[in-house]
Ligand binder design. Structure first.
Ligand SMILES: Cc1cc2nc3c(=O)[nH]c(=O)nc-3n(C[C@H](O)[C@H](O)[C@H](O)COP(=O)(O)OP(=O)(O)OC[C@H]3O[C@@H](n4cnc5c(N)ncnc54)[C@H](O)[C@@H]3O)c2cc1C
Length: 475
């Protein structure tokens, strides 16, 4: 494995710290997507405390050909945050301040390492909130969300992270500091660098400050769950609700396998049936919207429709909220091979879920399906016996077929987790070779030495290739 001499870091007078210790490096060789392997041990971990630190480290590393991989809370699911070529892991968890709240403009400035839920806490007293937080909002950071262009349960109504980022301060691979976007809610000025950086997984620039847009808290919030006899009834009900224009802030689906796991984990005695979870936000007229939704669901044979508010609503949502942990703890002998997040046009939602369930039968594996169904986003987990090569191979093949089917239906391999290392093999199928080559040109223009998070996104990096403008002689 390649290692890099990072002793130059000790000569930079940083506000933050540099660590060469084994245990710190080990924790940065792993994120949620690489707990079964796939990450490479960094040579050093830097914890910057200012934009000047980030700039100094990047310019020195870039000069010396040392890779730098940004790392935040490590909750990425595709190996996005772990080094693929060693070098420096740049840990943002110390840059975690709220810098300024401007309630009159519905804006907040934050450092990238702040946890998403802390943004909500900081603006709550102004009657505001940050709507696109992912389900992992209390264990993941704004910088990680921006880099992965995360989205969450509220995306069906409020959009994804990208839609709520107004302005970024970011550092390029050579250490130069750029501003992207503006504090105005709209702009037609120049190339949209801000949207290029959002979703680039730390491969184009490192975010050091973000101006986020906020929304006013709705006066009324109600929600709950609905049970359906079959998966087709449940997924068709979601599609129908979205197509009919039910004004729902969240609409999530879990299949019967997921219901079984959630019931076991939370100790509830609900039937092991497909369920749809909904939440409504309104300043007036919430009852009408709930009754509209109920009518739509009744056309799909809903068997139970329970709505509440406050803590009671939270109780009704428990199975969905804790599902990721329920799946993980379902069977000690089985591990999650792929936490999928394919996303398709809403009219194809049932088709992609049914295909996944058919494949589960064909390959004799358990594949619980759930997710942000209102966006056409299907999360699924392929559970395999990680010690059994045959079980792993079947799981990989099954996953490949789900992803390819979603792409063929006009969808995407990843609605929110990013490409990282796990989805590199689908980039060309999804975008075409010409588009992927255009992406390489952007990467080479902004980061000619491939300093920033090398080994991610591009398919050839799976074979150890780098995306450099001028590869060193002999490579
Ligand atoms: C239980 C669970 C539930 C989840 N639910 C959702 C969900 O609902 N929706 C969703 O979208 N995702 C979800 N995820 C995935 C994950 O939480 C998100 O992608 C999250 O945004 C990652 O944030 P992080 O702070 O953990 O970043 P990390 O995983 O540490 O890093 C993510 C990426 O950002 C880069 N990065 C980090 N900081 C910076 C920076 N300052 N500048 C530039 N690049 C940077 C890293 O290099 C990496 O490529 C879930 C994960 C788990 C474990």
């Amino acid at each position: 494995m390649t290692t890099h001499d990072c002793s130059f870091l000790e000569d930079l007078s940083l506000d933050g710290s540099v660590t060469f210790g084994e245990s710190t490096r080990e924790t940065h060789a792993e994120d949620w997507g690489t707990r079964e392997g796939g990450g490479v041990l960094p040579d050093a971990v830097v914890s910057p405390e200012s934009t000047a630190d980030v700039s100094a480290v990047l310019s020195a590393a870039d000069e010396r050909g040392v890779p730098v991989t940004p790392y935040a809370a490590g909750t990425s699911l595709e190996g996005n945050a772990v080094p693929a070529f060693a070098g420096i892991s740049m840990d943002f968890t110390r840059m975690d301040e709220v810098l300024d709240v401007r309630p009159g403009d519905f804006q907040v400035d934050v450092e990238p390492g702040i946890m998403g839920s802390r943004v909500d806490e900081a603006v709550a007293r102004h009657g505001l909130f940050f709507p696109p937080l992912p389900s992992s909002g209390d264990i993941s950071t704004i910088g990680g969300m921006i880099a992965n262009d995360a989205s969450g349960m509220g995306t069906v109504t409020y959009g994804e992270i990208r839609d709520w980022v107004l302005e970024l301060e970011a550092v390029l691979a050579d250490g130069s500091v750029v501003k992207a976007g503006s504090k105005a809610v709209k702009t037609s000025s120049g190339y949209n660098l801000k949207d290029l950086i959002v979703g680039s997984e730390g491969t184009l620039a490192v975010v050091t400050r973000a101006t986020l847009e906020l929304a006013g808290r709705p006066r009324e919030i109600r929600g709950g769950r609905a049970l359906f006899p079959t998966l087709t009834d449940a997924s068709d009900a979601v599609t129908d609700a979205v197509q009919s224009g039910v004004d729902v802030a969240k609409i999530e689906l879990i299949d019967a396998d997921s219901a079984t796991m959630a019931n076991a984990y939370t100790g509830t005695d609900l039937p092991d049936r497909p369920m749809v979870f909904v939440e409504f936000h309104a300043n007036h007229g919430i009852e009408e919207e709930i009754s509209f939704c109920r009518n739509v669901f009744e056309a799909h044979d809903v068997t139970r429709f329970e709505m509440a508010e406050g803590d009671e609503m939270d109780d009704l949502w428990q199975a969905r909220r804790e599902l990721a942990y329920a799946v993980e703890s379902w069977d000690a002998d089985m591990g999650a091979l792929h936490p999928g997040d394919v996303t398709v046009p809403i009219s194809k939602l049932s088709a992609v879920i049914e295909h996944a369930k058919d494949l589960a039968e064909e390959y004799d594996l358990l594949v619980p399906c759930f997710g942000h169904a209102g966006d056409g986003n299907v999360h699924y987990t392929v559970l395999v016996d990680l010690d059994d090569p045959d079980s792993r191979a079947r799981g990989k093949e099954l996953n490949r077929r789900i992803v390819e089917h979603a792409i063929d239906l006009g969808g995407t391999s990843t609605g929110e987790h990013g490409i990282g290392q796990g989805k590199r093999g689908y980039l060309v199928r999804e975008h075409g070779e010409e588009s992927v080559e255009a992406m390489r040109s952007v990467k080479r223009a902004l980061d000619p030495n491939d300093t920033l998070n090398p080994g991610k996104i591009f398919p050839e990096t799976a074979d150890g290739e780098r995306v450099r403008a001028d590869p060193p002689a002999g490579e």
